[in-house]
Write a protein that binds this ligand. Structure first.
Ligand code: C6P
Length: 416
């Protein structure tokens, strides 16, 4: 939790003002105020993002990198300005290191297919952890099956934490790629990325960090972090869906072959042979997600306009409160209690299936996710088929936790 882990008292954070920026939070569901506790799946969008996207479509929309006319040039400038905003937000050295993708899943598939194909030979090892999302497992299985590489898995501790010693037992001379979540979408565990990067590089391997659940809660500096690839999705960062980011050091992008072929990603094409554009265009085949990228840029502007240190402290407060209050509900068991965790709390209730629980909570206007959370191998490790999960964003409140707890008491009456 680097730059956001301030020791001094957090500045005042007025969550009621923040909530006014998110139009959907004012609505009712089933006649009850919306209590949106599923931000880990996708966050709600501030007015600034909605307005920026509407403005782009209404006033400055055309295809990018193609037109010799003013409107296309303006759209191109806006699209590339969004790339620069991402660069500054994650402190990348150059905007050329920022590749726009459809999302984090698309970005991991890109790295697995392109870098994996370049780096992996039979017997080489890809290191994952037990808490990975399917998006950071299946792409590696696909490239494993093509190359003859082997997947090794780092185990978690009972509380959902992972010790660096566990990594040290698995990463070794055969390791070529280590791919880990920044923050677990099920357990909330924050992984020790800097230490993992050091260990990975000791053996000359490369580190991919799945930042989907990390960048939303803390300041990310890809250079300080020491990873080689960092990926995330716009829709979890208060931006639109259909846009994601792959950051990689330029020398890696330069060495990697294209992932997909099509318009824009080429320098020259003949029927005999094609040559490639420079990165990042080499990895952006076809018409890119123009307005979603502009929306992501607006989300970054929005986040830069608020006190993110205070927002992170507020989210931690809501999480701590939720952990205490949920534990008081009879039959509720918290899943994921690592010391260093972000705003995600999974739980089960004895005698109630998480899906039934989520359906009953919904009648009280409370949205939580239930299921395996696209982490079936983790469910197997935990010995459960599913959990319920409450997850928090900058707009979440203690009052919403109270509403969840009240709805859980009602659910006990209905289900048990
Ligand atoms: N997790 C959740 O409810 P996409 O779908 O590409 O935007 O993100 C995939 C992904 C990858 N890694 C992690 C750690 C994630 O949490 C997610 C998305 C959502 O937990 C939807 S399954």
């Amino acid at each position: 939790m680097t730059a956001l882990a301030h020791k001094s008292a957090p500045p005042a954070f007025d969550v009621s003002l923040i909530r006014k920026d998110f139009p959907i939070l004012a609505r009712q569901v089933h006649g009850k105020p919306l209590v949106f506790l599923d931000s880990a799946a996708s966050t709600q969008k501030p007015r600034a993002v909605l307005d920026a996207m509407t403005f782009a479509f209404e006033n400055e929309y055309a295809n990018v990198h193609r037109g010799a006319y003013w409107l296309s040039e303006k759209a191109t400038i806006n699209y590339e300005a969004a790339r620069e905003k991402v660069r500054a937000f994650i402190n990348a050295k150059s905007a050329s290191e920022v590749v726009f993708t459809k999302g984090a899943t698309d970005a991991i598939n890109l790295v697995a297919a392109s870098y994996g194909c370049l780096a992996l030979r039979p017997g080489d090892e890809i290191v994952l952890t037990e808490l990975e999302h399917h998006s950071n497992i299946v792409p590696w299985q696909l490239i494993r099956d093509l190359t003859g590489a082997v997947i090794k898995v780092v185990p978690i501790n009972a509380d959902g934490s992972i010790s660096i010693d566990a990594f040290a037992k698995i990463i070794g001379p055969k390791t070529k790629i280590v791919a880990v979540a920044h923050v677990s979408n099920v357990l909330g565990t924050v992984l020790p990325i800097e230490a993992i990067a050091e260990l990975t590089h000791k053996f000359g391997a490369k580190l991919l960090v799945d930042g989907c659940q990390g960048i939303v809660h803390e300041h990310v500096d890809v250079q300080a972090m020491g990873c080689d690839f960092y990926v995330f999705s716009g829709h979890k960062l208060y931006g639109p869906n259909a846009i994601g980011v792959l950051w990689a050091r330029l020398e890696l992008l330069d060495a990697m072959p294209p992932y997909q072929g099509g318009g824009d990603m080429i320098a020259t094409v003949t029927f005999e042979k094609s040559t490639w554009a420079e990165a990042p265009t080499k990895f952006e085949a076809g018409t890119p997600p123009i307005v979603p990228a502009i929306g992501l840029g607006a989300a970054i502007d929005y986040l830069n306009s608020i006190d993110r240190v205070a927002a992170a402290a507020h989210e931690r407060d809501v999480l701590q409160y939720a952990m205490v209050e949920l534990s008081k509900v009879p039959g509720v068991k918290l899943i994921g209690t690592a010391q260093n965790k972000a705003s995600v709390q999974s739980f089960t209730m004895e005698g109630a299936h998480p899906h039934d629980l989520a359906t009953v909570l919904d009648r009280s206007g409370v949205c939580v996710r239930a299921g395996h959370h696209c982490a079936q191998p983790l469910m197997d490790v935990l010995g459960v088929s599913a959990t319920a999960r409450a997850s928090f964003g900058i707009y979440s409140t203690r009052g919403e936790v109270d509403a969840l707890v009240a709805a859980l008491h009602k659910a006990r009456e209905v289900l048990l």
